[in-house]
Ligand binder design. Structure first.
Ligand code: MOS
Length: 760
C-alpha cells in the first residue's frame, strides 16, 4: 500500500493490543539461553569447522611476505585463507575498507587470514604461528592535527554545509556571544554479542547464519564482494545480541566464514574475538566541534554556527555533529559544516544515533553555557528558541540508504517546512515538574549532600524519524493461527513483540495466536533495524499485509453469505463480523490457509512535513568534593515520539540509550596510539561502558502523542532518541554541581580535580 496522505481512523486505534506494555515474546527464549544466536547454530549444518581471524599488526603499509608453513602443520588445521588464495573479491557498497586485507593494509587489525581447524583452540593456536613480514607506511592517526585538511562530504545525500541569512554579520553584532570548541571521543559499539557467522556452501549456494541488522544489505554486499548473484545467497539472523550500528553492514566474520567454508569444503563458523572487534570492525569517530551562538539580551538567538570535524578512511563519510543544528532551534542567521579528514584508523561508521549523539553532546553544553551568559534558566532559553518550522531545510532527506541516495538538488521544496508535530517545550515543562527542577540552584557549586556536591542538568533530545519501504507476508492457517514473515530484525529492541501486537490488533486475534518469524532473506524485504526507522516502518509493512488479508477474508465471508456487508466488517475474537453475521477466521482460511503479502511505501509526506522525535533529559549528579568522582543519581527523559507501540519495550530502548549517553559522558573513549595507529583499549577490560549499578534511578515519560503524518501506526522511531542529548545533560549537571566546565568528553575525574572549588 502507498502511504501518501495522513492516516485517518484505522484498526490500530483500537489499542486493544498495540500500545499495551506487553513483555517481549522472545523473552523466555532469551532468559533460558535457548534463543539461537549465530555462534550457537550447531544444529543447522553438520560437520562445522572453526575459523579464527588474524588481524594485521600494522595500521598502514604492505605485507611483504606471509609464511603459513608452521601454522599449516599445526594440529587440526584444515585450511588457511589469505588474500592470496581467497579468489577475486570486490568491496561491498556499504564497506569503506576491504574486509580481507593484503598485500595492501588499510587499518590495524584488518583481517589478513582466517585459519580453519577442527576446534576453536586449534584454529587460534595455529593463527599465532603465521609469520608475517610487513612494510609499515606512515599514516595519519590524530584528528586534531589533520583537522585543517578536512573536506565537506555529503551526509545521507544532504550537503554537509549549509547557510541561511548572514551568520558572520549577525554573530559579530550580537549582544551576547559564545564561541567554544568541544570534543567527543572515538567510541566502540560494545554490543554484548560479538560479530559471528556460520557459513555453508551447497554447490554454488551460500547460506550464512549471522548477526546482522539489515538482511537485504548483507545479501547485496556479500553477493557483490564474492561476485555472485544475490539469489545465490541466503542470510539468516533471527536473534541479535545488540548491534548499535556495528551490524548494519557486512563485517569480516561473515566474509571470512564464507571464504573459509569455500576453501575448506565444509561449514565454518567464525566469531570475532572481543579484542579484535574495535580495530577490525567499525567505531564512531571522534569529533571536534566549534559552536558559535549569538543572541539578543532577551535570549533570542540571532546567529548560530556549528562546525564539526571528524576522521575516516578515504571514501568514508563524516560523523556529522552539526547536522541537527539545522533544525533544532530558531535563529535567522545560521551556518553548519561537517568535514571529514583522512585518518588511517579503522573505518568509522554509524553508531547509535550517528551525528546527533556527539552533535547534541556538544550543542547542548553550548546552550547551557549560553543560558548562563544570558542569566536565563536553561529550560527557558530552549523554550524561547523553540520553532515549529525547520529553520534550515533539509536537515536530512528521507532515506534508509545513506550510501546511494543522491540529493534531489532541483526538486522544488518549501525551505521551511513545518514539523509534523513538535512538542519539545512540553517535554521540558512536564519534565521540570516531575524532576523537581525548581530545586536546582542556578549558581553552581551550592548544593551538597555530605561529601557529594550536587547538581542538575538538562538537554534537548532530538532525532529525525525516517520512514522506509517495508514488506511482510501473513499466513492464516486452518487453526486460525497467524504467522508473520518479514526479514525485519530484532536487535534486542522488541521487534518480535510489536510486530505480533500489530498483527493481533489488525486481525482481532489474541497474541498467543500470532507467530512472528524474522531475520531471513527468504522473507519479504523489510526496513531492517537502524536509524530508529525499524519499529514504525516494519509494523507499517505488517499493517499493509494484514489489510490485504482482511480484504481477502471479507470477500470469502461475502462469498458465503451475500448479505454480508464488507464495509462494516470488524475483526474481533477470531471472527470477522458484520451486522448479525460472523465467520470464524479459522473456517474461512480452510485447509489450505490464506496468504497475503504487501509492503508499505511512503510518499512525500516526509518532505512536506519534517518528521522528528523530541525529548528532554534531566540528570542529577553527585561529584565527590575531594576526589572528583562523578556519580549519576537520577535521570529522567520525557519523550515525544508519536504513538508508543509498546510502552515497556520503548522504555527499555530509552533507558538503554540514556545509559549509553552516560557512557559517552563519563567513560567511553577508544584511546589512539598515535605512533602505530590503533585503538589501545580494544576490549571490555580497557574500554569502559556503564552498567546498571552506575545509574541507580532512571525514569521515562512518553507524551500521549500520535503522528498520523508518519505512518498508519501513527508511531515514530524511539530507539535512538534516548541517547541524543543525554551526555550533555550529564555534563551540565556536573557543571551545576561543581562550577567546573569540561568541554572534552568523556568527563573523567582527572579533567575536574585540579579545578574543584574545595581542595584538601
Ligand atoms: Mo543504527 S547506528 O543506524 O544501528
Amino acid at each position: 500500500m502507498k502511504f501518501d496522505t495522513p492516516a485517518t481512523n484505522n484498526p490500530i486505534d483500537q489499542l486493544k493490543v498495540v500500545g499495551q506494555p506487553v513483555s517481549r515474546i522472545d523473552g523466555p527464549l532469551k532468559t533460558t539461553g535457548t534463543a539461537p544466536y549465530a555462534y550457537d547454530r550447531h544444529d543447522v549444518v553438520p560437520n562445522q569447522a572453526y575459523g579464527y581471524v588474524l588481524g594485521s599488526a600494522i595500521a598502514k603499509g604492505r605485507i611483504d611476505s606471509i609464511n603459513l608453513a608452521e601454522a599449516k602443520e599445526s594440529p587440526g588445521v584444515i585450511a588457511i585463507v589469505t588474500a592470496e588464495n581467497a579468489g577475486k573479491l570486490s568491496k561491498g557498497d556499504y564497506n569503506t575498507a576491504l574486509l580481507l586485507g593484503g598485500p595492501e593494509i588499510q587499518h590495524y587489525h584488518q583481517a589478513i587470514a582466517v585459519v580453519v581447524a577442527e576446534t576453536f583452540e586449534q584454529a587460534r593456536s595455529a593463527a599465532h604461528l603465521i609469520h608475517v613480514n610487513y612494510s609499515r607506511a606512515k599514516g595519519s592517526f590524530d584528528l586534531a592535527s589533520e583537522k585543517s585538511k578536512g573536506v565537506p562530504k555529503d551526509v545521507f545525500g544532504t550537503s554537509s554545509e549549509s547557510s541561511v541569512g548572514n551568520f558572520d554579520k549577525a554573530f559579530s553584532t550580537a549582544k551576547v556571544r559564545l564561541d567554544n570548541t568541544y570534543t567527543t571521543a572515538h567510541e566502540s559499539h560494545s554490543m554484548l554479542e560479538p560479530h559471528a557467522s556460520v557459513a555453508a556452501w551447497d554447490g554454488d549456494q551460500l547460506t550464512i547464519w549471522t548477526s546482522n541488522q539489515m538482511i537485504a544489505w548483507a545479501v547485496g554486499d556479500m553477493a557483490k564482494t564474492l561476485g555472485v548473484a544475490k539469489e545465490k545467497i541466503r542470510v539468516i539472523s533471527p536473534y541479535i545480541g545488540g548491534g548499535f550500528g556495528a551490524k548494519l553492514f557486512l563485517r569480516s566474520d561473515a566474509l571470512m566464514a564464507a571464504l573459509a567454508s569455500r576453501v575448506a569444503r565444509r561449514p565454518v563458523k567464525v566469531s570475532l574475538q572481543r579484542a579484535l572487534i574495535p580495530n577490525n570492525t567499525v567505531h564512531r569517530s571522534a569529533t571536534i566541534q566549534r559552536i558559535r551562538i549569538g543572541a539578543n539580551r532577551d535570549g533570542k538567538i540571532t546567529a548560530i554556527g556549528h562546525e564539526s570535524w571528524s576522521g575516516n578512511l578515504p571514501g568514508g563519510g563524516p560523523e556529522a555533529g552539526a547536522l541537527q543544528t539545522r533544525a533544532l532551534y530558531a535563529g535567522a542567521n545560521r551556518m553548519t559544516s561537517n568535514r571529514v579528514s583522512h585518518l588511517d584508523l579503522p573505518e568509522a561508521n554509524a553508531m547509535r544515533a550517528p551525528n546527533e549523539a556527539p552533535g547534541l553532546a556538544a550543542l547542548e553544553i553550548a546552550m547551557d553555557e549560553m543560558a548562563e551568559k544570558l542569566d536565563m534558566d536553561p529550560i527557558q532559553f530552549r523554550i524561547k528558541n523553540d520553532t515549529q518550522i525547520v529553520p534550515d531545510y533539509p536537515p536530512r532527506p528521507a532515506s534508509n540508504d545513506p550510501q546511494t541516495k543522491k540529493p534531489e538538488k532541483n526538486e522544488p521544496h518549501n525551505p521551511h517546512p513545518p514539523f509534523s508535530i513538535r512538542q519539545l517545550s512540553k517535554c521540558f515543562e512536564i519534565g521540570a515538574e516531575r524532576f523537581g527542577w525548581d530545586k536546582r540552584l542556578s549558581k553552581p557549586g551550592q548544593l551538597s549532600d555530605g561529601r557529594w556536591m550536587l547538581g542538575m542538568g538538562v538537554a534537548s533530545a532530538f532525532r529525525d524519524n525516517v520512514v522506509t519501504k517495508s514488506a511482510a507476508r501473513v499466513i492464516l492457517d486452518r487453526r486460525g493461527h497467524l504467522t508473520v514473515e518479514t526479514d525485519m530484525t530484532d536487535i534486542g529492541t522488541g521487534s518480535y513483540t510489536i510486530i505480533a501486537q500489530t498483527a493481533a490488533e489488525m486481525m482481532g486475534l489474541p497474541l498467543e495466536k500470532i507467530t512472528v518469524r524474522l531475520g531471513d532473506s527468504s522473507f519479504p524485504v523489510s526496513a531492517g533495524s537502524g536509524g530508529q526507522w525499524g519499529g514504525n516502518s516494519s509494523t507499517s509493512g505488517v499493517y499493509a499485509a494484514c489489510l490485504k488479508l482482511r480484504d481477502a477474508i471479507a470477500l470469502l465471508a461475502k462469498g458465503q453469505k451475500s448479505e454480508f456487508n464488507i464495509t462494516d466488517a470488524v475483526f474481533t475474537d477470531g471472527f470477522i463480523r458484520s451486522g448479525s453475521h460472523s465467520f470464524l477466521l479459522a473456517e474461512l482460511a480452510g485447509s489450505r490457509g490464506l496468504v497475503a503479502e504487501d509492503a508499505i511505501e511512503f510518499g512525500d509526506l516526509d518532505k512536506r512535513f519534517q518528521q522528528s522525535t523530541f525529548g528532554a533529559h534531566f540528570v542529577e549528579v553527585g561529584v565527590d568534593r575531594f576526589t572528583a568522582e562523578i556519580r549519576v543519581r537520577r535521570m529522567l527523559a520525557v519523550c515525544a515520539a508519536g504513538r508508543i507501540l509498546n510502552p515497556k519495550t520503548a522504555r527499555s530502548q530509552v533507558i538503554g540509550a540514556m545509559t549509553m549517553g552516560v557512557g559517552a559522558a563519563l567513560m567511553e573513549s577508544l584511546e589512539v596510539d598515535k605512533r602505530f595507529g590503533y585503538f589501545v583499549n580494544h576490549d571490555l577490560a580497557g574500554y569502559e561502558v556503564p552498567v546498571h549499578a552506575d545509574i541507580p534511578h532512571q525514569e521515562v515519560i512518553f507524551l500521549d502523542e500520535t503522528d498520523p503524518i508518519s505512518s498508519p501506526m501513527k508511531a515514530k522511531g524511539v530507539g535512538e532518541l534516548g541517547i541524543c542529548g543525554a551526555a550533555a545533560a550529564v555534563a551540565n549537571a556536573i557543571y551545576n554541581a561543581t562550577g567546573v566546565r569540561v568541554r572534552d568528553y568523556p568527563i573523567t575525574l582527572d579533567k575536574l580535580i585540579e579545578k574543584m572549588p574545595i581542595k584538601v
